[in-house]
Write a protein that binds this ligand. Sequence first.
Ligand code: NZQ
Ligand code: ZN
Length: 391
Amino acid sequence: MLGNFTFSNPTKLYFGPDALQNLKAELEKYGPTVMLVYGGGSIKKNGIYDQVKKVLGDCGKKVIEDGGVMPNPSLEKLYDGIEKARAAGNVDFILAVGGGSVIDYSKGLSASIHCKEDPWKKYYVRQEEPDCPVVPVGSVLTMVGTGSEMNGGSVITNTAETMKIGKVFGEKLYPKFAILNPNFTLTLPHNQMVAGCFDIMSHIMEQYFSGKDDNTSDYLSEGLMRSLIHSSRIANKDPNNYEARSNIMWTATWALNTLLGMGKNGGDWEVHMIGHAVGAYTHATHGMTLSAVSLPYYRFVMEAGLPKFKRFAETVWEVDPKGKNDKEVAEEGLKKMGEWMKELGLAMNIKDLGAKPEMFEGIAKATIILKGGYKVLTQEDVIKILQAAYE
Ligand code: NZQ
Ligand code: ZN
């Protein structure tokens, strides 16, 4: 049953091959100084940097460059960016050109430039909202998966403390606009493309595997998962297939722009909590940390949420229930998911990501335990899941 909720998403999306044409009009709404944030250089190789710089030049903007945002952006990098922005005087706008790491970092920067407190403690540890002015952020998306282009999420890794924590900021920190040109994603390496696909799948599953009520969100989720599985199979064999890549890009945005979470009381998100802790220890690609722990986690909690796992098997994986009990149907669904994951070439265990048994206790301690799924884990349960994910 749907209870009380408020749905509002202020991000304006421009989608398609001509989407960048809208950047100029958007930038003209803001003051003259733009901080241009990007990653390790892919945008310089594929020409997106030149296209964006031309628009910034046409708008007469003063540009402060802040490149080198690494995948899983670090707190140290955030501190450097804050110093750079403050040294520049007034920054009117932050333009994030990249994937989830660049956009997440830009949101952290936006909330921190005028903040007198330590951003790690205030936003990520204490989960507070900014009480200082924030700098508006806009994005040009180059990597598909996180949904950061249309949400308030910002995940930062504190390497000194081996902690990776996400803060979901309120509307003020949502990108003002997001430019989504599927062609900009075609230069992604195969492993990043498939990691992004699994990240999308995981975002949907985290919201789907919670609650026992009849909820429109679950029907939306099933449709999105079917579309993703279909398109990812095509893109896996033919990465330049625009139709498949554009569908994946659109699905990613809808998987985590808060729509699916409506009426779901927060969802599960335990796979992400374990994945983030594995990421803090291994620095592995986000989507791969999720793929490596998902099947062991879902097998561990399946019986507590059996009706939903059975529905997942039948609706998403087209398992025929004839002659099988509920558990067998549910297990077959997870088996089919595993086959799809192997077909894409996803990480199927944490050993391949560099995790070692001596890290398990630390990873379990770094795993935030949430209560919205079908089974509330203990730290010992997390260790059991890590052990299963290691084999
Ligand atoms: O740094 P560059 O050189 O740009 O290379 C990047 C990076 O190495 C490369 N790349 C991006 N676009 C490319 C490209 N290479 C070639 N062509 C292109 N068009 O891809 C690599 C990965 O990029 P990254 O931004 O790190 O990936 P992703 O979008 O998966 O972001 C991961 C981060 O987002 C967080 C993750 O935890 C992780 O820190 N998340 C954010 C969420 C949110 N905001 O709501 C939710 C997610 O669950 C997730 O936790
Ligand atoms: Zn994710």
